[in-house]
Design a protein around this ligand. Structure first.
Ligand SMILES: Cc1cc2nc3c(=O)[nH]c(=O)nc-3n(C[C@H](O)[C@H](O)[C@H](O)COP(=O)(O)OP(=O)(O)OC[C@H]3O[C@@H](n4cnc5c(N)ncnc54)[C@H](O)[C@@H]3O)c2cc1C
Length: 379
């Protein structure tokens, strides 16, 4: 059995970024990904601020379209913010992961089609993980383990860091549609709030390519929705119909663990990152940027520990909680409040943002500046 410095479970943005950083330190790293096809699952709308795209030197070939406009729509309110330059990109999620993995060739081993399903521990933490690859059971030893398995949290849930099945996951689905839409939709990301679009969540249209759009819906309380209302697919179909008939190129979706974050994200020699650690921001479901940051933080923590500069991996808990501040908890509260309110309240609350400048909108939407947001809503 081969031994590694670090074993990472999950080749999503979090796991791949962590691998990139650890490989840059020269460590022997392995990544396990249960999907056989690189880049799968291709579930995300993948809108990302330009600042993060550049900070992490993401592969340019994964850019679908840049965006320089943001719109908020409720049943009776239409707000548009236009920026002088592009402020972000809608990415091809699959190409993003393939590009990040390609960069690791020769520097890190990635095992596609290898599903991690168990682990062994001793007093110091995890000693090895067990996985199934091509029907064969194998195991892998490492000094450090990173759980970047997203929603499933395969290692973290086994050692008791978090629950296996989250009590209230958010679920999102979207269609990639080839369709001609008016100029207003070009270089834009549009968010729709209201039960008339989808209950307990929001809908969106992201420009993704020449006459190509990602159109989707998500709900923050799937069980409530499914029990009392109709299936999420129903809302997606109804929402898509608003834009006329187009050619559906793809349909995909996924579940996200939206909690506002955990205080404890480490256990002995294990760190959980990205969606496993619920780093996604609850307000508009932005997860990729925060997954990338958490991957970097985890790699730096492992580096410090390997060099004997720290005694435990708990520094990661401090770093990730400083990064989130109280903004994730406030985002969670605000999203509960907005998404559970009726359409009249949504009209009023979103309508209050009418006088926000584009710069203020950016600070609230991407910087989660709640002081500013609450001032705008209340005064
Ligand atoms: C519909 C939808 C739209 C979204 N839109 C946006 C957006 O526009 N912008 C944005 O920033 N975020 C968006 N998000 C969220 C964003 O995609 C996630 O936050 C981000 O991808 C999380 O990255 P991750 O690496 O932590 O997890 P994932 O991307 O989920 O990666 C986890 C990986 O682990 C693998 N895995 C799981 N279990 C095992 C196992 N046992 N063994 C081996 N491998 C395993 C999985 O196959 C997967 O590849 C969206 C999410 C959804 C559902």
């Amino acid at each position: 059995m081969q031994e590694y410095h670090t074993a990472i479970v999950g080749a999503g943005p979090a796991g791949l970024q962590c691998a990139r950083k650890l490989a840059s330190y020269g460590y022997k790293v392995i990544v396990f990904e249960e999907n056989k096809v690189p880049g799968e699952p291709n579930y995300s709308t993948a809108g990302i601020p330009k600042e993060a795209f550049e900070r992490f030197k993401l592969p340019k070939k994964c850019i679908g379209k840049p965006f320089s406009k943001v719109s908020f729509i409720t049943p009776n309110v239409n707000l548009d913010w236009g920026f002088k330059k592009e402020i972000g990109y809608t990415l091809d999620f699959k190409k993003l992961k393939i590009g990040m993995a390609d960069e690791l060739k020769g520097r890190c081993e990635i095992r596609y089609g290898a599903r991690v399903n168990d682990l062994k521990t001793d007093d110091n933490g995890i000693t090895e993980i067990e996985y199934v690859e091509g029907g064969t059971n194998s195991s892998c030893k490492a000094r450090y383990f990173i759980d970047a398995s997203g929603f499933s949290g395969v290692l973290a849930s086994r050692v008791g860091l978090r629950k296996k099945v989250p009590c209230s996951p958010a679920v999102g689905i979207e269609k990639v549609i080839r369709i001609k839409l008016p100029e207003h939709y070009k270089d834009n990301i549009l968010f729709y709030f209201g039960d008339k679009f989808v209950p307990y969540g929001y809908a969106w249209v992201f420009h993704f390519g020449e006459d190509l759009y990602k159109i989707g819906v998500c709900t923050y309380n799937e069980h409530k929705l499914l029990k009392k209302k109709k299936h999420l697919n129903h809302y997606l179909d109804e929402f898509v119909l608003r834009f006329g008939k187009g050619k559906v190129e793809e349909i995909h979706g996924g579940s996200i663990f939206v909690t506002g974050g955990f205080k404890k994200n480490t256990w002995k020699n294990l760190i959980m990152i990205g969606d496993t650690a619920s780093t996604i921001n609850p307000i508009l479901g932005e997860g990729i940027r925060h997954s990338l940051y958490s991957g970097d933080f985890a790699a730096d923590t492992v580096y410090m520990h390997t060099r004997g500069l720290t005694e435990t991996l708990e520094d990661y808990d401090t770093i990730i909680n400083v990064y989130r501040q109280n903004k994730w908890i406030l985002s969670k509260l605000l999203s509960n409040l907005i998404y559970s309110s009726n359409d009249t309240i949504k009209d009023i609350v979103i309508g209050r943002l009418r006088n926000m400048t584009p710069e203020e909108m950016y600070k609230c939407g991407f910087g989660y500046d709640f002081n500013l947001l609450i001032r705008k809503i209340l005064f």
